[in-house]
Design a protein around this ligand. Structure first.
Ligand code: NAD
Length: 369
């Protein structure tokens, strides 16, 4: 059988720096676990624009469509701020998401014990937290038509966006959430605003339909998204999987992410429909951007990118145990006090560089054998 294939798009700024550490982990799996990946690399974002005059070439797009998983670093930087909107680095990322039809965005909020004091919430509220927010990514108010800024009848203007969801769009992301829940705590909480929005009523009914007809074994609850936001900061451990639309997911996943501390710790996955191989189309990336303020200084925390690879092991390659091995290695290194600059809290720690953190995680993987 062919090796699983990965396309690495390291991108700009700290993207290549953090991705270099992921490559060490991938190499370790080949050398020490006999799990070889066919890895190809290409350009995206500003680095692609510099060479090709576009943030994503058709050839790179075709490669992304053909592999089992895409790993992306980050795109963007001040150098590219002046570019026309159509060739800005972010357009490369948006094209990938759109053409791969990655409708299910998974944002875990996981709090490692060693970093519990980083949260703005009390330690006992966040320590050991492990929840997953599933955000619908390709529809809703960010895409709905009509949209625009139009003259109104009184000489002023009116700004219009349209929240729009179809049965199919809701059902497919709901399935994604129920599938995930079965592999975790078997609970889904769906969030919308059915009290004031028709699209929310439809969302609630369709999620319930998928539950009743296809996943009756999973516990389902519904919550208004504003109440959900409050519950997230009051007692987040009540949740397992939260599924919600594009707009509410944008807000709730950032809110949940901050429960856990640094931006340098947050992975994500964006999944599409299952392909012939049974694997979903998939793109894995850290939540953070290209951090131009620290690029090239060895200060970037590679953990978000490494945990994104762990998500690829779990969700693209069905290697849950190996994913857990990576997560435990990260946990062990943090418990030993190793800290990149962003993790240096008042209690101090052992300062390490980007490469130093990657090396320690490889060491911890080795110790897990
Ligand atoms: P950012 O996430 O790049 O940085 C925000 C802050 O967090 C900075 O102080 C940065 O140093 C720090 N930070 C981020 N990642 C870190 C890491 N791994 N380790 C340590 N510190 C880290 O967001 P920004 O400054 O708003 O944007 C910078 C550029 O990145 C912009 O061009 C923006 O458009 C782009 N961006 C890209 C993505 C993406 O590729 N998905 C996401 C967000 C922003």
């Amino acid at each position: 059988m062919a090796n699983p294939s990965i396309l690495i798009l390291a991108g700009d700024g700290i993207g290549p720096e953090v991705m270099a550490e992921v490559k060490k982990i991938i190499g370790w799996f080949g050398d020490r676990r006999g799990i070889a990946f066919d890895v190809t690399e290409d350009l995206v974002g500003g680095s692609a624009y510099d060479v090709h005059g576009t943030p994503l070439t058709d050839a790179t797009m075709a490669k992304a469509q053909a592999v089992d998983a895409v790993l992306l670093g980050a795109v963007g930087g001040p150098k590219y701020d002046v570019l026309d909107f159509s060739v800005k680095p972010e357009r490369g990322l948006l094209r990938l998401r759109k053409e791969m039809d990655l409708y299910s965005n998974l944002r875990p909020a996981q709090c490692f014990d060693a970093l519990a004091d980083f949260s703005s919430l009390k330690r006992d509220v966040v320590a050991g937290l492990d929840i997953m927010i599933v955000r619908e990514l390709t529809s809703g108010v960010y895409f709905g038509e009509p949209r625009g800024i139009f003259p109104d009848n009184e000489g002023g203007r009116v700004g219009v966006n349209t929240q729009r969801y179809t049965t199919d769009e809701i059902r497919r992301v709901a399935r994604s959430a129920f599938e995930l829940a079965r592999r975790r705590g078997n609970k889904v909480c769906s969030m919308e605003k059915a009290n004031v929005m028709e699209s929310g009523i439809l969302w609630r009914e369709e999620v319930q339909w998928v539950h009743d007809n296809e996943y009756p074994d999973v516990e389902l609850s519904h919550m208004y998204a504003d109440a959900g936001a409050m519950q997230l900061v009051r007692w987040p451990k009540q949740f397992d999987v939260i599924v919600t639309d594009n707009l509410f997911g944008d807000l709730l996943s950032d809110c949940a992410a901050m429960l856990t501390g640094s931006l340098g710790m947050l992975p994500s996955a964006s999944l599409g429909a299952p392909t012939e191989s049974g694997r979903p189309k998939a793109l894995y990336e850290p939540v953070h951007g290209s951090a131009p303020d620290i690029a090239g200084q060895g200060k970037a925390n590679p953990i978000a990118c490494i945990l994104s690879f762990a998500m690829a092991l779990r969700y693209s390659f069905d290697m849950g145990e190996e994913a857990t091995r990576v997560e435990r290695a990260v946990e062990a290194v943090l418990a030993d006090g190793a800290r990149t600059a962003d993790l240096m809290g008042p209690e101090g720690g052992v300062p390490v560089s980007t490469a130093g953190m990657g090396d320690l995680i490889v060491k911890a993987l080795e110790a897990s054998l």
